[in-house]
Design a binder for this molecule. Structure first.
Ligand SMILES: Nc1nc2c(c(=O)[nH]1)N(C=O)[C@@H](CNc1ccc(C(=O)N[C@@H](CCC(=O)O)C(=O)O)cc1)CN2
Ligand SMILES: Nc1ncnc2c1ncn2[C@@H]1O[C@H](COP(=O)(O)OP(=O)(O)OP(=O)(O)O)[C@@H](O)[C@H]1O
Length: 201
């Protein structure tokens, strides 16, 4: 299984690396539209503006900044993970998606919220988690970089959050191996639209 996952990760990372900058730009524009619409749909008629967890794109991942700026403008709270490499944990902090000074490189070179005076946002307060991934299956199984960070966070935190995967359409698989600790996403947003991974909710 671990071997399986490693080979699959390598396969999908190669596919992702082969995407040209121009192609990525066009896909990012389409993705921003689908993601903004879908987040708005998820929020529905919620009484208060939701809190959404995002990420800063790394190594050819889809860029979710535009969608996050759009919902921030509507009063949503936007939080980002900070990685603790020694403990292999994530902690979420508020940051303004359009403020580049609010981010600094973390242990894997990914931009993370600067260690602000702001306290960490408790997991229970997060309504929607945008989950980055290397690949996703149509039924919501996620293949990440292999650190288990998000799986561990979902297992450790008492969360009601909707889990929204984001990936390029070419990184959607019919099937991916899934272990007991793998937490599935409810939906995956790509440049081609939204894939609903749950039969009903
Ligand atoms: N943009 C983004 N932010 C994210 C994640 C992500 O997948 N994408 N994460 C999702 O969990 C968390 C960070 N986890 C990560 C885990 C491993 C690697 C990584 O690149 N690992 C290298 C090995 C690096 C090393 O061990 O020094 C690799 O796989 O080649 C990156 C992020 C939180 N933030
Ligand atoms: N809830 C958990 N508690 C403890 N260890 C966990 C948990 N979830 C995952 N792990 C461990 O993390 C490691 C990586 O898991 P896996 O290969 O599923 O990562 P991934 O989902 O591809 O990566 P990532 O979540 O970092 O993007 C495995 O060794 C796994 O046992």
């Amino acid at each position: 299984m671990a071997q399986d996952k490693r080979a699959l990760r390598q396969h999908y990372l190669r596919l992702r690396e082969a995407v040209t900058t121009d192609q990525r730009k066009a896909w990012n524009r389409a993705l921003a539209r689908h993601l903004t619409d879908f987040l708005t749909e998820l929020a529905g008629r919620a009484a208060a503006p939701p809190t959404v967890a995002g990420y800063v794109a790394h190594r050819g991942e889809p860029d979710v900044a535009e969608a996050l700026s759009a919902v921030a403008q509507k009063g949503w709270t936007v939080v980002y993970p900070k990685t603790n490499k020694a403990e292999r944990t994530l902690t979420f902090f508020k940051a303004n998606p359009s403020d580049t000074k609010a981010f600094e490189p973390g242990p894997f070179g990914i931009l993370e919220p600067v260690a602000a005076e702001d306290a960490a946002v408790p997991g229970e307060e997060i309504d929607i988690v945008i989950v980055p991934g290397v690949a996703f299956s149509r039924d919501g199984v996620r293949l990440g970089y292999g650190g288990g960070y998000f799986d561990r966070w979902f297992a450790d935190v008492n969360t009601h959050a909707v889990r929204v995967g984001v990936a390029w359409n070419l990184l959607l698989a019919d099937d991916l191996p899934s272990a007991a600790h793998d937490v599935r996403v409810h939906d995956v947003v790509t440049e081609a639209g939204v894939v609903r991974c749950r039969p009903s909710r």
